[in-house]
Design a protein around this ligand. Sequence first.
Ligand SMILES: CC(=O)SCCNC(=O)CCNC(=O)[C@H](O)C(C)(C)COP(=O)(O)OP(=O)(O)OC[C@H]1O[C@@H](n2cnc3c(N)ncnc32)[C@H](O)[C@@H]1OP(=O)(O)O
Ligand SMILES: CC(C)C(=O)C(=O)O
Ligand SMILES: [Mg+2]
Length: 513
Amino acid sequence: MQKINIFDTTLRDGEQSIGVNLNELEKLEIAKQLERLGVDIMEAGFPASSKGDFQAVQTIAKSIRNSSVTGLARAHKQDIDIAWDALKDSAEPRLHIFLATSPIHMTYKLQKSPEEVLASAVEAVKYAKQRFPQVQWSAEDASRSDKWFLVKIITEVIKAGATVINLPDTVGYSTPEEYGNLFTFIQQNVPNIDQVILSAHCHDDLGMATANSLSAIENGARQIEGTINGIGERAGNAALEEIAVALHIRNDYYKAKTGLKLKEIKHTSQLISKLTGMVVPGNKAVVGANAFAHESGIHQDGVLKEASTYEIITPELIGVSSNSLPLGKHSGRHAFKQKAFELGFELTPEKLKEAFDSFKALTDRKKEVTEDDLFTILTDKQTEQINVRTYELQNIQVQYGTNNVPTATVVVKAPDGRFLEEAATGAGSVEAIYNTLSRMIVEPIELMDYKLQSIGSGRDALADAYVKVKYDGIESGGRGSAQDVLEASARAYLNAVNRVIVQEEIKKERLQV
Ligand SMILES: CC(=O)SCCNC(=O)CCNC(=O)[C@H](O)C(C)(C)COP(=O)(O)OP(=O)(O)OC[C@H]1O[C@@H](n2cnc3c(N)ncnc32)[C@H](O)[C@@H]1OP(=O)(O)O
Ligand SMILES: CC(C)C(=O)C(=O)O
Ligand SMILES: [Mg+2]
């Protein structure tokens, strides 16, 4: 099994993401977590770029012992000197020098001829090698460079003392096949290539960073550069967690592995997301919140029967405690039943069916059905009395205006099966409803208490009303939930009335016995 070195550049290329600016302590915290994750090399920053970055690289270099710490430098003696000051106390001082080799970059950005670029690269590597035991040289924009020029400059840079050669796809331009071929070509044509480790550094401009990195591995790369969560310049870098997990899950195919402790992936991802402020998309491979969540009924049924039907990665592998089966519009009965069981409900098949129907109806009206909503639906069903004749709410309409008296019109199905319709006013909308209901209900019911609260948060949260009534000396509470507070209030009132009537009938039966 081939070992692939992981070069993490979250703290350098990752920090180049728009809007990300980590302070020294934040960088140190991330560095310690990267060490726990087991990265072989971490690029802590670009020491010559600012005093703050110098300080952060120096602190990290002094603190981290189990990963090699590196810093970036241009092909400038001054950048190299500053980097040495920052890195000299690290466990294994390592420098990363880059210089662009593509015609576009050499002509327009560096404004140097290929010969000047070659001389400058060799000079910088020789100079760095006087102090640093490990010197990586990167041919920036390698994928858009002339291949024979790459052969020439890489050969000379290795002679100058480079220990790692990186072939970046700086602008994410390559396809997997092209990028793999570049690695093969360099190995076949650079005579001293066996003296160095070949590295891949991919960007995600065309969404191919992970595929390109894996293709590089298939073609001889032994070091992979990237960031956690794929953060980085423009569309980002290759996401290291994707590559490491792909190598693990498909080691039958790649026959390569990293030294990463995969269980640390989720925690690392969360820490980096929090400190950089870069939110991980829910559907992001491996670390997205939905990576182990199954919403559709057929998938949920399959996962409940055997997780591997729809899960190729176990959540535990990357440090997530379990998968989840959130209930929503596309869910089916199996997952609903399982959730009811987890919430502690044992409903009869009939009640379960009715609860499922209520749940499905709610999913049409509510964006997200929460656990609290399910609890309410299931409690309502569990506690619903069957085979008792009850008042049932059919329709409710309320007219309200700041300068009008609120008026409610309500239709109720009475215990004898008749449909009753009434209207009444009240000081407020709820009172208007309750006045209307009490006109329809033959039993003399006294209202004792009324409470209203929302279930969960958000604008579409369910309303939960509680009502206490008294009839013939018996007190009973009732609850009702609905998306609208007035409907919830009406349902709670009728629920309390139905309960108190049942209790009163039971009392009468007892007295007759
Ligand atoms: C592909 C990558 O990710 S490369 C890394 C990119 N990261 C960063 O740039 C972040 C940190 N950068 C910085 O803080 C600043 O750009 C600094 C401090 C490095 C340089 O700042 P300045 O001196 O103001 O230069 P500026 O950034 O405007 O221009 C870059 C200069 O470096 C030159 N340059 C670019 N790459 C290299 C290189 N590898 N080796 C030598 N010179 C280089 C450019 O040609 C330009 O030179 P010029 O001033 O002679 O025209
Ligand atoms: C500095 C180099 C390696 C880089 O980040 C790139 O080419 O993308
Ligand atoms: Mg880069």
